[in-house]
Ligand binder design. Structure first.
Ligand SMILES: [Zn+2]
Length: 424
């Protein structure tokens, strides 16, 4: 963590602004720019937490902010404490407090015992640039609130970032949702993470989800596996830029046509391979089409690599798929408000019928791919190898990367698809 002060900019500034906003220290616009209002908010936070109010986020202030970034704090039980009083003091939900401490008996609290206290606000921010670091922190925070969540690593990216998966449910009907094969389409990562949070909360508290879906029933009948960020290295390039210690530093500049600005063009992984052109489904056709798109080697988009699954990210996702028995998959991309549902007429008849239900639930349009986009994608490979329904969901409308201001619309369009997909 670098020291943050007035005048600095970045995704780290933005994450802290979002935290200050939701904890009641209004930092002004959540825009990644450490301006005067943000400095004033930091000073108020420092005063409230007994810190030197210098408006600079150094190690001590950052440490004090960490519980709020994670969404919970560790509390040591004192004489006379009850869960009810602790929940009231932290203005949090009693049921969530109980759920976050499954090994603690609320009727037999021990002085000196440590418990996790989830704050009342949500963990997953949907108003910020969603970096790999934010994702990892959100997963860590959600696991404390919802200890029943199963998480693990499906593999590593080129640079060594974890391809984390989350499992919702314990039932036999397995489905798989993934996001951000393409780095400019990172808005699909908070989409899936918001779903994880909302589903987990409803499952813990016994609330009904939107559209009348019952989380307990889904939990018992299905297992929803989610890899929210397939391409963390590409997202790092888009959102945080090229780091001097990147192992492919000079190649990446060459592959990016001499530019160090990846923010509006880079869809590929850290090898300049487009992961959604790297699966073993008419891969050679994708390869043959590269020339007419002006693709001659690694680059920002559409280069399919030297062989199917040549990349650690696509291989990890394919291995993860082979290790399970998925009845249906959704690969989240942006943009166009479209649902791609077929691959070379290999999808079973129900593929179209389920696609129509997703169309109704989302308001998106069922469509078929054209040109180079028709080959070597994840859903193509899944349909081809398993002859089961697989979809590419193209969320939102506009030019990638879509502004995060589209998030709420995208979430409400897709929430029922995510629920329906787990039981259909
Ligand atoms: Zn895409």
């Amino acid at each position: 963590m670098r020291t943050l002060r007035l005048g600095m900019t970045g995704t780290d500034v933005m994450e802290i602004q979002a935290m200050l906003l939701k904890t009641g220290y209004n930092p002004g616009a959540v825009d990644g720019i450490f301006g005067q209002e943000t400095q004033d908010a930091v000073i108020r936070f420092q005063k409230a937490n007994g810190l030197n109010p210098d408006g600079i986020i150094g190690p001590a202030t950052y440490a004090a902010m960490m519980p709020y970034l994670l969404g919970y704090t560790v509390y040591t039980i004192k004489d006379g404490d009850t869960f009810y009083n602790i929940a009231r003091r932290y203005q949090t939900n009693l049921t969530l407090l109980i759920m976050a401490n499954p090994d603690v008996n609320p009727n037999n609290l021990q002085i000196g015992q440590q418990i996790n206290v989830p704050f009342r606000f949500n963990v997953v921010d949907t108003n910020i640039d969603y970096t790999y670091e934010v994702l990892q922190r959100d997963i860590e925070g959600l696991k404390v609130r919802y200890p029943f969540l199963e998480t693990g690593s499906a593999g590593k990216s080129v640079v060594g970032r974890d391809l984390t998966y989350i499992r919702l449910g314990k039932g036999p009907n397995q489905v798989f949702y993934n996001g951000s094969h393409h780095s400019l389409e990172w808005i699909t990562s908070p989409l899936l993470m918001k779903f994880v949070e909302e589903f987990s909360r409803a499952y813990s508290t016994g609330e009904t989800l939107s559209y009348g879906y019952n989380p307990q029933n889904i939990w018992n009948s299905s297992s929803i596996y989610i890899i929210p960020m397939v391409n963390p290295d590409g997202i790092e390039l888009v959102l945080n830029g090229l780091s001097p210690d990147n192992p492919n530093y000079s190649d990446l500049i060459l592959w990016n046509n001499g530019s160090t600005d990846f923010s509006t063009v880079w869809q590929a992984n850290n090898h300049g391979v487009d992961l959604n052109h790297n699966y073993n489904a008419a891969w050679q056709l994708s390869k043959d089409a590269e020339e007419q798109y002006g693709i001659t080697g690694p680059g920002p988009t559409r280069y399919g690599g030297t062989a199917p699954e040549s990349e650690p990210e696509s291989k990890a996702v394919a291995d993860f798929t082979r290790a399970h028995n998925f009845r249906l998959v959704l690969a989240y991309h942006s943009q166009g408000e479209l649902i791609f549902w077929d691959f070379m007429n290999l999808v079973p008849p129900e593929g179209r019928a389920i696609g129509e239900q997703f169309q109704r639930a989302s308001g998106y349009t069922l469509a078929e791919t054209e040109g180079i986009a028709s080959y070597a994608g994840y859903k193509d490979w899944f349909i081809q190898d398993y002859r089961r329904p697989g979809y590419t969901m193209e969320v939102g409308k506009g030019k990638n990367p879509l502004p995060i201001s589209q998030f709420d619309q995208i979430y409400s369009d897709n929430l029922e698809v995510l629920l329906l997909g787990s039981i259909i």
